[in-house]
Ligand binder design. Structure first.
Ligand SMILES: N[C@@H](CCC(=O)N[C@@H](CS)C(=O)NCC(=O)O)C(=O)O
Length: 214
């Protein structure tokens, strides 16, 4: 089986990179340079008109959206136990991935670029603050879900990678995360995993290559 992951540093494509690594999958990563807008190039738009990452290509067949990609990885590599075995808990895990993708991520995107949703002058700070409030509300929910737990379920599973990305991205925007001690402990725990260390090394190398090429 030939697995390719379209990826860009810093983005939510790090989640499937981590789960593929946890699964012991052999895969090729194709990094896109967002700084040079490679995701908007005619070549990439021809294969992914959504101009987003992650995109998985399996034996030439494309799959987008973290929610679907994470489930494909879990199903394809069952020995890695990337989702809970219990059917109800499995759906709760899918629900968590979906919440990260559609409940938290869009607000992080707005913080990153308020002009994507409103181009009226002098509104940027106001939009950022409103989006940040929503992110804080979500992290409070995650804080409760993680109370007394190392991971969202009784061991590491796929949604841990999606939430790890959300919390990391919020930190990169200098949001005040100091009250979210369970989320921070989860983040630190994730960064101790070999799969995440591998991802961070890879990210650093790709970023160095991109800045050398600039
Ligand atoms: N709902 C998608 C969101 C993917 C997404 O927004 N990816 C961002 C990076 S974090 C992206 O590729 N943005 C480029 C763009 O929107 O042009 C998922 O969960 O896979």
């Amino acid at each position: 089986m030939n697995i390719q992951l379209y990826y860009a540093p810093i983005t939510c494509a790090l989640a499937p990179y981590i789960t593929l690594t946890e699964a012991g999958a052999e895969f090729e990563t194709i990094p896109l340079n967002f700084g040079q807008r490679q995701h908007m190039s005619p070549e990439y738009l021809a294969i992914n008109p959504k101009h987003k990452v992650p995109m998985l290509v399996v034996d030439g067949t494309k799959l987008t959206e973290n929610v679907a990609i994470q489930q494909w990885i879990a199903r394809t590599f069952p020995k890695a136990n990337l989702l809970p075995e219990d059917g109800w808990e499995e759906l709760q895990a899918v629900s968590l991935v979906s919440w990260c993708s559609s409940g938290i991520h869009p607000f992080l995107r707005v913080i990153n670029g308020p002009s994507k949703v409103c181009d009226i002058s002098s509104t940027e700070e106001n939009i950022r603050n409103h989006a940040a409030e929503h992110v804080y509300e979500c992290f409070e929910i995650a804080e409760n879900l993680l109370d007394g737990k190392e991971y969202f379920f009784n061991r590491f599973t796929a949604p841990d990678t999606n939430f790890y990305w959300c919390f990391r991205r919020a930190g990169q925007f200098n949001l005040n995360l100091s009250s979210f001690t369970n989320c921070q402990a989860h983040f630190d725990r994730m960064e101790r995993r070999a799969s995440v260390r591998k991802l961070l090394d890879f990210e650093e190398r790709v970023q160095a290559e991109f800045s050398n090429a600039a």
